[in-house]
Design a protein around this ligand. Structure first.
Ligand code: GLU
Length: 374
């Protein structure tokens, strides 16, 4: 595969942001959607599966209320109401661009995090694809309050790509790809064509979004790429305002930035632990414990823990950080809640039974419930 060719794929999630759906802040427009729809339709004709993740409900709702403009400073109830008004308009808008039935799938963070709901959503999307329809996903904004929401459709699209077992995630944005600096502010910024591994340096390059209706920005696109590539899904970031980019994608070329899929993707359960479960607290560990996790495939024992941060319950996911640099070492599911851990931290495992009434395990995080991060 050459540096500028798209890897072969059979199932893609294509994410289209509000900046493309409603480019002039006056509700849904076809200005940028026709080339995207053509790419989707051509791919389907080649026997490939496509799932759209589309933003634009809030923007469409704003226009329906006769309110032009970017929707700056909307409260959560306002966004929820506007999404309820705009979502049917958004679906009707997309439907006009395709010859096949479009199915609306609205998801919340809860649906992605809880196994039973996750499996339901997965089965529904599989059935919709089997029926030859085009699933169009958005966050269920009307019920997603701050704590419950994914919050941006870039990350939502990555979750959908994992759920639907896609092998490609296409994020259509209004910039040509990932740049070494924000090209709006820095004319010397250069586009990066290939990203092998998403490191802290990549995050350091990206800044917050300029727009108000769109919630993303480059940071959420990199987060989405990390989620997808960790699961073995190639991710590309293209300029959806440039029809040539979409046509190039259709020819198997790679016009924007390609985030390469991990060579050793995380198994489903570990991926879910790392990316879907919220991090409820932090365990600060010494260098010996960090080494044992990183290099020896060990479980985390109480003796290596030097501090416990946050309030969390047994069974919650917690981050394991190194004492010195506060660098993240791992994430895993704890066998003990925060108060119990504060009593046993720094102690040998055989002492647990004397310190606590209940001692479910002589480790704090079992190796199988742990993902080493760096
Ligand atoms: N779900 C929101 C909407 O449809 C958009 C979220 C986003 O742009 O990332 O308006």
């Amino acid at each position: 595969m050459s540096a500028c060719s798209l890897p072969n794929w059979s199932r893609a999630v294509v994410k289209v942001g509000s900046a493309l759906v409603a480019p002039d802040d006056r509700g849904c427009s076809t200005t940028h959607l026709l080339p995207i729809a053509r790419f989707v339709a051509d791919s389907r004709r080649q026997g490939k599966d496509v799932i759209l993740v589309s933003s634009g409900a809030v923007a469409a709702g704003l226009a329906e209320q006769g309110r032009d403009g970017p929707g700056t400073g909307l409260s959560i109830p306002e966004r929820q109401a506007l999404a309820a008004l705009g979502q049917p308009l958004l679906m009707a808008h997309w439907r006009r661009l395709f010859d096949v039935p479009c199915a609306q799938v609205l998801l919340t963070y809860d649906d992605l995090q809880r196994r039973a709901r996750f499996v339901n959503a997965k089965n529904t999307i599989a059935e919709l694809l089997d029926r030859g329809t085009l699933p169009i996903v958005n966050e269920n904004d009307t019920v997603a309050t701050e704590e419950l929401q994914v919050g941006d459709n870039d990350n939502l699209a990555a979750y959908v790509a994992v759920l639907a077992e896609a092998d490609l995630l296409v994020i259509c944005s209004d910039v040509d790809g990932l740049y070494t600096a924000d090209p709006h502010d820095d004319p010397s910024a250069e586009r990066i064509a290939e990203v092998d591994t998403i490191t802290d340096d990549i995050y350091a390059m990206v800044g917050p979004s300029h727009r108000a209706v769109a919630t993303g920005g480059m940071q959420t696109k990199v987060e989405a790429a990390e989620k997808a590539t960790d699961r073995g899904i190639d991710t590309v970031l293209v300029n959806g305002t440039n029809g040539d980019h979409l046509d190039a994608l259709g020819r198997g070329e790679m016009p924007g930035t390609h985030f390469r899929r991990a060579t050793q993707p995380l198994p489903a359960r570990k991926h879910w632990m790392l990316h879907a479960l919220p991090t409820a607290g932090r365990l600060v560990v010494d260098a010996g414990a960090a080494d044992a996790l990183r290099h020896d495939g060990a479980s985390l024992l109480p003796s290596g823990i030097v501090a416990v941060e946050g309030t969390f319950a047994q069974g919650d996911a917690v981050a394991v950080v190194l004492q010195r640099q506060r660098q993240r070492v791992a994430k895993g599911i704890t066998q003990y809640d925060a108060p119990a851990l504060r009593r046993i931290q720094g102690r040998q495992s055989h002492a647990i039974a004397d310190l606590l009434e209940e001692a479910p395990a002589d480790y704090v995080i079992h190796r199988d419930d742990l993902v080493v991060e760096g």
